[in-house]
Write a protein that binds this ligand. Structure first.
Ligand code: FEO
Length: 396
């Protein structure tokens, strides 16, 4: 397997996982697979920045071996403990027992608890440097981007930022650079990554990025631990993260997402979509059982607002809607404008449950819920149209 030299004496030696479709134990769908990016830095001393998922150890070692004997590695840098970036680390440290494992102090216990290996560990904090022999690696702690022990590695002379999970995308291709691939897929995967991993941490994302921007570090390239490397205009992804973190980036669209038992809620959704459209916003309809819940969260990231609907069953929402509501509560789309709608037979309950989840997700409920008993008649469909129109006016 071939390494790829991403800049002089810096090699991508990671692994391509074309087949994975569910990441983190079915908590994230990866329609385009993923990559585990590890970077080999050659100087008088040799550093490997992050490793790969354990299953891909041989692939990584074969790429490293094309550049250097793996036993020549002096530093194993661990930016993040999670196993997709540390799974092959024990094998490296078994091959090179004298190599130093470099990580933050918070990572020590986590790495030991994962692998229990009694390694020679050097802890670093923000501003600490390692001299590779005229070449310098500097470290920046990045707590909650996205674990407490996360850090960024910065290769000073090359102006190369290695931020691990930050700025990544789950996208496996033979290309290594963001400017070489389908831009729609690239940005969609970056958006989905932010929405499903970093959205609840937005306040910390904003703070950390502003801190790094204030440092005025020159950055020529950003090489994350998943997906493509940002080579042309690398700060575009940093700017995009700041916009997402602040909730300041919108497309003129409203997401309408729901499930239905006997089509009454679907009729409401369609009437509301026409109302939204009449105000010049684009309604995007997502019938939940026909959609991917993690894609729905990505859809929400840049939407001006969202309408969530359900029929009532057992005084609650339908089970598919409950899964989306649990994502709303977990990922916290703070400030996203929203409203609930639905239908019921004998007793209500669905819209109340939807509103409770919206509140837990710290969303901005801009209208009282719209609900009908049994099947909506012509007058109620007209009211649903007006509801959609009013909602669009409030979120424009
Ligand atoms: Fe937090 Fe890519 O692992």
């Amino acid at each position: 397997m071939k390494p790829i030299e991403i800049m002089k004496d810096v090699y991508w030696v990671g692994a391509l996982d074309y087949n994975i479709r569910n990441f983190h134990g079915y908590s994230y769908t990866t329609h385009h697979g993923t990559t585990y990016n590890a970077y080999l830095i050659i100087s008088e001393r040799v550093a490997l920045v992050d490793s790969v998922m354990g299953l891909f150890t041989e692939e990584m070692l074969s790429r490293i071996s094309e550049v250097v004997d793996p036993t020549k590695i002096d530093y194993m840098i661990s930016n993040h403990t999670e196993m997709d970036h540390s799974g092959a680390t024990p094998e490296i440290l078994k091959m090179v027992p004298d190599a130093k494992l470099v990580c933050t102090s918070k990572a020590v216990n986590e790495l030991e608890k994962h692998y229990d290996d009694g390694w020679d560990i050097q802890t670093v904090k923000t501003g600490d440097e390692i001299d590779l022999g005229g070449k310098t690696l500097r470290f920046y702690e990045a707590p909650m981007l996205h674990w407490p022990e996360s850090m960024f590695t910065y290769y000073v002379e090359k102006q190369l930022l290695l931020p691990n999970d930050a700025f990544g995308q789950h996208y496996a291709t033979e290309q290594r650079f963001a400017d070489e691939v389908d831009q729609n897929v690239l940005w969609r995967e970056a958006e989905k990554y932010y929405a499903n991993i970093l959205w609840p941490l937005s306040r910390m994302v904003q703070k950390k990025i502003e801190e790094v921007v204030e440092l005025g570090l020159p950055i020529k390239m950003i090489a994350p631990s998943h997906g493509l490397i940002w080579r042309k205009d690398p700060l575009q992804i940093v700017t995009r993260y700041l916009e997402w973190a602040k909730g300041e980036r919108f497309q003129d669209k409203v997401i309408i997402t729901w499930d239905t038992m006997w089509q009454s809620t679907t009729k409401l959704a369609r009437a509301m979509a026409e109302g939204v459209q009449s105000e010049g916003l684009k309604p995007e309809l997502r019938l939940i059982p026909h959609s991917d819940r993690y894609d729905i969260m990505a859809d929400l990231l840049e939407a001006r607002g969202v309408l969530i609907g359900s029929s009532t069953m057992h005084n609650n929402v339908l089970p598919n809607v409950a899964s989306v509501l649990s994502d709303i509560e977990l990922l916290k789309p703070v400030g996203k404008k929203c409203a609930a709608f639905g239908s019921y037979g004998w007793g209500g309950g669905a819209v109340k449950k939807i509103q409770e989840s919206m509140e837990k997700g710290k969303m901005d409920i801009v209208m009282d819920p719209f609900t009908v008993k049994w099947v909506p008649n012509e007058e109620e469909l007209e009211q649903a149209f007006t509801f959609g129109k009013e909602f669009a006016r409030k979120v424009k």
